[in-house]
Design a protein around this ligand. Structure first.
Ligand code: KIV
Ligand code: ZN
Length: 516
């Protein structure tokens, strides 16, 4: 075990997915997991296998596809949870079960209604049972931030003796200040000595998650549990990109401590998660926000031009932000230039089909829009990858002038090589589009959320629409639409959510005979 290595445990697919509106289907989770592997994440918490058949499916698919990172499933300290976790990660090259029970007085008394002794017994049983499936078992003392140190030591002794290799001490409710957490982690790391790796998992309720993670690293923690864009329950978790870049940029403080993160992949990873979930990081978000490297004031711009380090503590390219694109695309650019641009933007694993489809769309776009920006290209290629399952496909949309008071949409959709056409009225243009699509497909969606953003500046910008729609009382599925015409993007996003629902439903029926 290298004493200077900080193990990066990413929980975007588990704690991150618990953020409102951030649920993903199996295909999307696989894409995220492959990107996390490319980013160099050591452990991917791929989900909570026992939570639902969809979660089990996603964890087990990821376990079979990802080769370099350890694949982990969360489980409560309950036999069936542990069994589901063990079965789901079984086929991974490297696998881990992460089991937990709360150790704070308030959780034990009110939530678990268990005595401290009962908690210890349950924790030990959970670790011993998890060891029957995998060698690598992590144990979390939920709400460690509000637990008594003497009790944490007792729990640690017991679960380490039962075989836990990593002890995670989460500040579950984001309550601790960095100074407090630093002294707690110092005492417990010294107590654990070489018997186990101490891990931290900090929530951001007071905006201190990353500060707490870094204070813990300086005091002995050698695993950090983090998420991309800081997604997670409530105010989120410590952001991977922030913690990793702080360790890298502040060598003067962190010395020889290092992570294996391939930092130029940070921006692409952040964009992928934001595109899939439709949840954009705030503009001024550290490292990956739109403004993270934008200098607005003349004084700052002048300084950066004279010497980059006057106002920049890291180079944009260190985190994968490409500021000055050397390859500008226009309507005369060919397929080779388009491919070069895609590779330059970090998409080196795009299939030929996705590339061809995106290139066709690029040509259409280039006829309507003078300058094609890097973000346009990034969106085109991501949109193709996310909408590859085209069970229903929009082939035509015509909307009427709604000033007449009778908004109308005529829609044609391709389904199993047939073109189905219909037209209908609605309370507004979007309502008319959705109702007509519902009639054509026979699925009546319940729109939970709708967002539109412009991909670049200018009146001719592409509109990117994200919808969250529930079908047949399912959880909400995310759909993506991208077009220079907002209503076209809207129709595509709605149909995309239906396709996502249906492909997940088909996958689960095929793989495990379950419904979504
Ligand atoms: O915040 C928390 O305590 C958790 C545990 C399950 C690790 O997410
Ligand atoms: Zn958490």
């Amino acid at each position: 075990m290298d004493k200077n290595k900080i193990i990066v445990f990413d929980t975007t697919l588990r704690d991150g997915e618990q953020s409102p509106g951030c649920s993903m289907n199996t295909d999307e989770k696989i894409k995220v997991a492959l990107q996390l592997e490319k980013l160099g994440v050591d452990v991917i918490e791929a989900g909570f296998a026992a939570a639902s058949p969809g979660d089990f499916d996603a964890v087990s698919q990821i376990a079979q596809i990802v080769k370099n990172s350890t694949i982990c499933s969360l489980s409560r300290a309950i036999e069936n949870d542990i069994k589901q976790a063990g079965l789901a990660v079984q086929k991974a090259n490297k696998h881990r079960i992460h089991t937990f029970i709360a150790t704070s007085p308030i959780h034990m008394q009110y939530k678990l209604k268990m005595t401290p002794d009962e908690v210890i017994k349950r924790a030990v049983r959970a670790v011993e049972y998890a060891k029957t499936f995998v060698e690598d078992v992590e144990f979390s003392c939920e709400d460690a931030g509000r637990s008594e140190i003497s009790f944490l030591k007792e729990v640690m002794d017991a679960v380490i003796n039962a075989g836990a290799k990593t002890i995670n001490l989460p500040d579950t409710v984001g309550y601790r200040l960095p100074t407090e957490l630093a002294s707690m982690i110092k005492e417990l790391s010294e107590y654990a000595k070489d018997r186990a790796i101490i891990s931290v998992h900090n929530h951001n309720d007071l905006g201190l998650a990353t500060a707490n993670t870094l204070a813990s690293v300086l005091n002995g923690a050698r695993q950090i549990e983090v998420t991309i864009n800081g997604l997670g329950e409530r105010a989120g978790n410590s952001a991977l990109e922030e913690a990793v870049m702080a360790i890298k940029v502040r060598k003067d403080i962190f010395g020889d401590l290092y992570t294996n993160i391939n930092t130029p992949e940070l921006y692409a990873t952040s964009r992928l998660i934001a595109t899939i979930t439709g949840v954009e990081p705030q503009q001024n978000k550290a490292i990956v926000g739109k403004n993270a490297f934008a200098h607005e004031s003349g004084i700052h711009q002048d300084g950066v031009l004279k010497h980059q380090e006057t106002y920049e503590i890291m180079r944009p390219e260190d985190v994968g932000v490409i500021k000055d694109s050397t390859l500008i695309l226009g309507k005369h650019s060919g397929r080779a230039a388009f491919r070069d641009k895609i590779v330059q933007l970090g998409f080196d694993k795009v299939s030929d089909d996705e590339l061809n489809a995106a290139f066709e769309r690029f040509k259409v776009l280039a006829d309507k829009k003078k300058d094609i920006t890097d973000d346009d290209v990034r969106m085109l290629i991501t949109d193709e990858a996310l909408n590859h399952d085209k069970i229903y496909e929009l082939v035509g949309l015509q909307i009427s002038d709604c000033s007449s008071g009778m908004p109308m949409a005529a829609v044609s959709i391709k389904y199993e090589d047939k073109i189905i056409k219909d037209a209908g009225l609605g309370d507004g243009t979007m309502d008319a589009i959705f109702k007509t699509i519902d009639r054509i497909t026979g699925y009546s969606g319940e729109l939970k959320d709708y967002k539109v953003i412009s991909v670049s500046e200018g009146k001719d910008s592409l509109a990117k629409v994200t919808t969250r729609v529930s079908f047949e009382n399912s959880q909400a599925f995310v759909g993506h639409g991208l077009s220079i015409d907002t209503m076209q993007a809207t129709a595509n996003a709605y149909i995309g959510a239906l396709n996502s629902y249906l492909s997940q439903k088909n996958r689960l029926t095929k793989n495990c005979g379950h419904q979504v």
